[in-house]
Design a protein around this ligand. Structure first.
Ligand SMILES: C[S@@+](CC[C@H](N)C(=O)[O-])C[C@H]1O[C@@H](n2cnc3c(N)ncnc32)[C@H](O)[C@@H]1O
Length: 235
């Protein structure tokens, strides 16, 4: 139906008002097709998912003790474990990493003894592993009875094709994968994020661009980072 001129102008003004309200609301989410960052925000400030990861490790810092294992570099164990860590190994899948004290593919037979570690900090690893069941069974094998696995994986996030990222995890998916080896009653999953920070994460925004209230609000429908504590039962 053709609009009369006066009606048409009124509708256009109403439309513009709607657009400017939307623009104001989305101001910090940055307009335009491209995001503010193609590095998860790490080139702009503190990435949202790393903030959530810190919250999780802070909550379980008491588990990071004794003989610990971390992937790629020892930063989280050193920061959150502190003096409670008596020995620290760093694992890498190949010999390209000079910080690695262990080189092994945990989906294949390897020489790491069973029951070696009190704590394994496994952040941003599982989404790169095709044979998830195998690596989780292996993480369980190399933990001491009573030892703890702390896992963090992305849910809503940018995908970087050059980083060999295979998967994204929902809380239910991560719980199932871990429960298979550790038993459901030994797995506790935490999901961090909300619709605003999930949008921010994929737009390349960083923690500094949100209020603490906005970042800390949790909406189960929009997990940015999914984390879990899995306890190896004492036999
Ligand atoms: C992207 S890095 C993440 C490391 C770091 N912890 C972080 O939070 O960003 C992934 C690490 O997982 C290791 N990794 C990937 N697949 C593996 C496998 N099958 N066995 C052992 N390590 C593996 C890689 O060697 C690398 O050290």
């Amino acid at each position: 139906m053709l609009l009369r001129p006066a009606q048409s102008v009124a509708r256009r003004v109403r439309g513009l008002l709607k657009i400017s309200r939307a623009t104001a609301t989305r101001g910090r989410l940055a307009l335009g097709i491209k995001p503010m960052s193609y590095r998860w925000g790490e080139d702009r400030g503190f990435p949202i998912h790393r903030y959530y990861l810190d919250c999780f490790l802070d909550q379980y810092a008491r588990d990071i003790r004794g003989h610990c294992l971390e992937f790629q570099d020892p930063a989280y164990v050193l920061h959150f474990g502190g003096a409670a860590v008596t020995k620290l190994d760093v694992i890498h899948i190949d010999d390209s990493n000079p910080r690695a004290t262990l080189v092994a593919d945990l989906t294949k037979p390897n020489e790491i003894p069973a029951g070696l570690f009190d704590c394994i900090v496994c952040t941003h690893v599982l989404h790169m592993v095709y044979e998830l069941g195998k690596i989780v069974a292996e993480l369980h094998r190399i933990l001491k009875p009573g030892g703890v696995l702390l896992v963090a994986v992305p849910c809503v996030s940018m995908w970087e094709p050059r980083e060999h990222e295979l998967w994204r995890f929902t809380p239910e998916g991560l719980e199932l994968v871990l429960a298979n080896a550790f038993g459901a009653s030994n797995v506790t999953v935490h999901a961090f994020g909300n619709s605003l920070t999930a949008a921010g994460e994929i737009r390349g925004l960083v923690v500094e661009e949100f209020t603490e209230e906005e970042v800390r609000y949790r909406d189960e429908h929009f997990p940015v980072e999914v984390c879990a504590r899995a306890l190896k039962a004492s036999s």
